[in-house]
Design a protein. Structure first.
Length: 331
């Protein structure tokens, strides 16, 4: 690439400073031109830390900067809709943290705004960009484990003692389904290469945590009688798992959602044999930045345009099922 994608960072959240900003700087395709916060003191401090030339004391100022091609939005979930739309209207391509919205209706508005402005919109599921995902899909497509029958996914951790955490604010899009349940839900849609038909979910809604879902377990039905069984939680033992079950074998991915280099291996079971695949390692945040830049420059798209809408449609159906304690159809 002769010219790097010029990024603006709309907020100084930990995911930005700890993962995404270092990755953009490490990438071959991007450079961070500016960072903005709701106050100049914080953005100036972050800019100095990362060697960024421009700091803004408001998001509006950054969006008005003609030297910015794309923005990354790590703001709390309830602010995603507003600032994605405003970024699109300012002519900026947008990478927005997951979950992209609080509902499928919001996601539809965001997709429509970006389409109208002629800019790209991507939801920041960084794990999808790890080269291991392509390897898993290749194994499945070759039929190495036979026909797919089921997927099992889990992502849990315990942060229940920090009651001031924004993930425990209901109006801000808190809860385990929004925060970590979205990962196995996303992975199942990707690996089945299909959209679900119905969901049945059980959840713990905690009064101590603004009645967000602190733990959820569910069944997601896909066409052809296959399904995802999953659990997610912010009040349970730390663990991750992804299992893909076929008629002739199974794939087990021990750390499916935030692996990098040394923890990217996975296992394939066939009959009595167990094979360890030394998956290609990578920083998925760097790969995400490079893939986004490639999409902006007319390369392979990151995902279908309406993928964020379908993603949110599934999450809101899971929440609806948990609250109503009944099966919810998506047809």
């Amino acid at each position: 690439m002769t010219q790097k994608l010029r990024w603006g960072i709309l907020g100084c959240a930990q995911i930005a400073t700890g993962s995404v900003m270092p990755a953009i700087q490490e990438s071959q395709s991007g450079v961070i031109e500016a960072v903005a916060s709701r106050g100049l003191e914080k953005s100036s401090r972050v800019a100095a830390e990362f060697g960024i030339s421009k700091a803004y004391g408001s998001y509006e100022e950054l969006l008005a900067d003609p030297g910015i091609d794309a923005v990354y939005i790590p703001l709390p979930n309830h602010l995603h809709r507003e600032w994605v739309i405003r970024a699109a209207e300012a002519g900026k391509h947008v990478l927005c943290e997951k979950p992209i919205a609080l509902s499928s209706a919001e996601a539809e508005e965001m997709v429509a705004a970006c389409r109208k402005a002629g800019v790209h919109l991507a939801e920041a599921y960084m794990y999808r960009h790890h080269p291991r995902i392509a390897q898993l899909r290749e194994i499945i497509a070759r039929g190495d484990i036979g026909e797919l029958r089921a997927i099992r996914g889990a992502f849990t951790y315990n942060d229940a003692g920090d009651t001031t955490n924004i993930r425990f604010k209901s109006a801000w899009g808190g809860g385990s389904l929004y925060d970590v349940g979205c990962y196995p839900l996303s992975a199942a849609r990707l690996l089945f290469d299909a959209e679900p038909e119905a969901v049945t979910v059980q959840a713990i809604f905690s009064p101590e945590h603004d009645n967000v879902d602190m733990m959820a377990s569910g069944l997601v039905e896909f066409p052809g009688g296959v399904s995802l069984t999953f659990d997610c939680g912010m009040w349970a033992y730390n663990r991750q798992l992804l299992e893909v079950l076929g008629t002739e074998g199974m794939i087990e991915v021990p750390i499916p959602f935030n692996a990098r280099f040394e923890d990217a291996d996975f296992l394939v079971y066939k009959g009595a044999e167990v094979s360890r695949f030394a998956a290609t390692g990578a920083n998925p945040y760097v790969a995400q930045a490079d893939h986004f830049a490639d999409a902006v420059r007319g390369g392979k798209p990151l995902a279908a345009e309406n993928d964020p809408v379908l993603s949110m449609r599934l999450i809101e159906a899971c929440l609806d099922s948990a609250r109503r304690r009944e099966r919810v159809s998506l047809l």
